[in-house]
Design a binder for this molecule. Sequence first.
Ligand code: PLP
Length: 359
Amino acid sequence: MAKSGQHGGNVLQMAERYGLAPDSILDFSANINPLGMPASLKQAIVDNLTLAEHYPDIDYQRLHAALARHIGCSPRAVLAGNGATELIFALTHYLRPKKAMLPVPGFAEYRRALERESCDIVNYTLHEADDYQPTAALLDALTPDLDCLFLCTPNNPTGQQPPQALLLQILDRCRELQITLIVDESFIDFLPGQTGLTASLNDYPNLFILRSLTKFFAIPGLRLGYLLSSDMQAIDTMRDQREPWTINAFAALAGETVLDDRGYIQQTHHWLQAEQEYLYQALSQFSELKVWRPAANYIFIRNQQTELNLQDELLRHHLLIRHCANYPGLSDQHYRVAIKSHENNQQLVAALKQVFGHG
Ligand SMILES: Cc1ncc(COP(=O)(O)O)c(C=O)c1O
């Protein structure tokens, strides 16, 4: 499968395919904070343009110190990367697992990274009847021959956050069976007050946490993510193995700037609190749709009007949503929509009314 077909945000390709001007398309397919990047970061970049004339610090000491301060851990427990994506590949390469478990549906890059290491992949199917949430049955599915398990919390594309108590049970069971647990918390910042599994880092050296700044701080083009673990030897080895300067100077500056921007963080939580509820309720009004209550900034839906291709129909209205047909475990009736500004969300609802012939 071509990489271009595996993610949202392919506005250019979709515009070309449908003969539309890219600028005329409203993108609901990538889950990016609609507030745009923080003004504090824009200013910092403008004030520091000459950073481009120098190599970044090869150890990114200030960046790692800022990330460690944010989490409340040692800088040695943090490895920053060129987006969480770089770290998914770096970690998988470091672990070289022979057998890994992936819940399906889930984010595509875990599979690509594991396949690159010729790893056997065991799919763990998440069921609609469980709202695509893992249950205690996962504890029994874990076996000692597994080297690692990936979890995504909240999960992409389903937008579901597993209960913390179950996550802790899974973590325990993984430690017991010597399975490395990789938890992708790339969207956790959208859940106010949630710290994910960071409090367990010290007690579980088999735990690796992935985080991304690209979604919450709206910098997917700048790119920044980080990996956390109390297995310092693993972090040191990955730090030594990596190619130099994978994080550009402005991305490093972003990490040093945005985590302290309380105003932006609060504004984002404010926006999401209102729009998450608005769009969830508005979509739920359509009997043609099955809608899952979102934990983060995107909503997972199933179109029950099977003869309609919802992505095609909405593109006629210049709205691009993410179809999920290429996720193992899902079908061409599943879609994911980003939660955007109130005006944009209203546009989506209005377009859906036309598509489904309401009023
Ligand atoms: C669950 C999940 N993890 C990781 C990533 C990669 O994030 P980044 O932009 O930091 O590489 C994405 C991007 O869509 C994602 O959805």
